[in-house]
Design a protein around this ligand. Sequence first.
Ligand code: IVH
Length: 673
Amino acid sequence: MEQLTQEIQARAAQLRSQLQQAGYAYYTLDAPIMEDAVYDRLYRELQDLEAQYPSLVTPDSPTQRVGDRTAEGFTSIRHNIPLYSLENAFNLKELAVWEERWRRLSPEAEPGYVCELKIDGLALALTYENGLLVRGATRGDGVRGEDITQNVKTIRSIPLRLNAENPPNIVEVRGEAFLRLDIFEQINREREAAGENRFANPRNAAAGTLRQLDPQIVARRNLDFFAYTLHVPEGDLGEVPTQWDSLETLKQIGFQVNPNRQRCDRVEEVGEYYDRWDGDRRDLPYMTDGVVVKLDSVALQEELGFTNKFPRWAIALKYPAEEVPTQVESVTVQVGRTGALTPVAELKPVVLAGTTVARATLHNRDRIAELDLHIGDTVEIRKAGEIIPEVVRVLSALRPADAQPYQFPEYCPECDRPVVKPEDEAVTRCVNPICPAIVRGAIAHWGSRPALDIDGLGEKLARQLTEAKLVQSVADLYDLQVEEVAALERMGQKSAEKLIGAIATSKMQPWARVLYGLGIRHVGSTNAATIAAGFPNITALANASESEIESLYGIGVEIAKSIVAWFQVPENQTLIERLRSNGLQLEAATSSPSPPSSPLAGQTFVITGTLPNLKREEAKAKIEAAGGKVTGSVSSKTNYLVAGDSPGSKLEKAKKLGISVLSEVELLKLLEN
Ligand code: IVH
């Protein structure tokens, strides 16, 4: 019994401390350290314990705070009218889907939109009674927020009295409180000088400021406010049949309204507004993170109403966040199939350009040294072109006092052998040919779509097969038995049979794919196809000199060197012999069947961005099946650029060179023809 009590006491103390820390991070630092749901769970656990054992309640327990989860000094209030948030769209296609959706609900309506900039601050709800500001509150969860009237009253652009002769009984105004960028910088400079942590962005700084208990401090911070919603539940402020009129009225009664609003009749004009402000917003003295598109007609807004979360008549068309800050929790090092060690920062998850990101590449050892990365550092990450996010900089001012510098490993994290870093290369490598990561990578690569295309054989299965010691080389795949595979975890007889079938079928794959599957450094699928066309079989290639290989169009000296070196390794020679006796295609098919129709023969394509339906590999396969060639970079030899979402610099280059740009639909049409 005694034991149990001690345990319970310890647990209660632990919960108190965790909740206190979370509350401090949330309210005072404005840098939450746990999800709301986690906080609520821990809070309830503590409440339950205290209800069971009342002697556990201490005066400083978070459960004893009035107005649960409200910073000391602020009271939680219920909003007169709930504050809805907005559904997000991340591109014009999603905007078109939204338009289609509301039009289906109200097919007769004339569209007519108002576009406003989406200010990146925090929403405030202001209540005026008989023209006087009586309450200012944060949004909170939309239903309940915090009463921060005293702080709101320090914001110069919020009128304390409405400019109206006969003000209505009640007026509710909503808008965005924000900090101008120059003031944000100034605050951060002051904080740094005082040895305090910098605010990560103006929004956090504004939120932190509004939660200050001392209105004097708030007043000094010069917050600003743009009004965007007007509700007149009781009384009259004149006719406001449209959102545009609401904004005009807000201006008349004394609010600052963002001047960069625009009426648009058609969704195409909305698209132009969005594109224009994507560039122009960088010249604004405050942060914006998108465009808010609202149906102008209030009658139509009322007809469409709300879902349980959002208005159906408005949407936030966001710009991708290109760089966001987050914290590095640890660094892991991945070993690729070539033995290259890639350090990856494991992050506190953040939303970057519309997706949640929990990992970002640190590229290599030199880059880490350059960044002077410590575990626990706050870093900024960005989407690197079209690939995975990368760490761009360390915000060293935010470094915790006890943070330790990250040490790049001297030994392979997979096999413990010393790693090698040639002076003139950026990459650190494991050079142990039987390193599990290298073996596993080679097997997964062999099974991949552009290689031997063995359905089901990916990273995961490759790991299982190697760990069970069933496969140590790709040649072992061809000796696998159904029973052995079926005995693996999460594998049944059926899937084992399917896999063995797929492995057997892969013997029919042409010589170019086998060559690519071997994973020789610098031999990608395009190069493999060129080389396989130039050398009728693997023996001819194995006996070729560097200069013979290099004489092929498009094949450079680095590739040629790498191929020659590969064939010199005795293990690789054994591998080829085993593949030969397993029946793989190590030579070009002799009597090639009548060639398939090749409408795109001689045409070169580049694919960029995310296509709406096809995966890149699928698009590539379709183009190649029609006789076209797909390369990685745009040059004067490119005939078509197939562009999806977030196309990056390739699109610009193609436009400059006057190359035809195709959408996915246009590509499919071209293929049909
Ligand atoms: S309208 C029902 N207009 O964006 C109408 N919101 O993601 C809801 N925001 O919580 C809001 N600028 O904090 C609206 N011009 C604007 C805005 C705007 C910024 C914020 C606001 C809202 C969030 C929704």
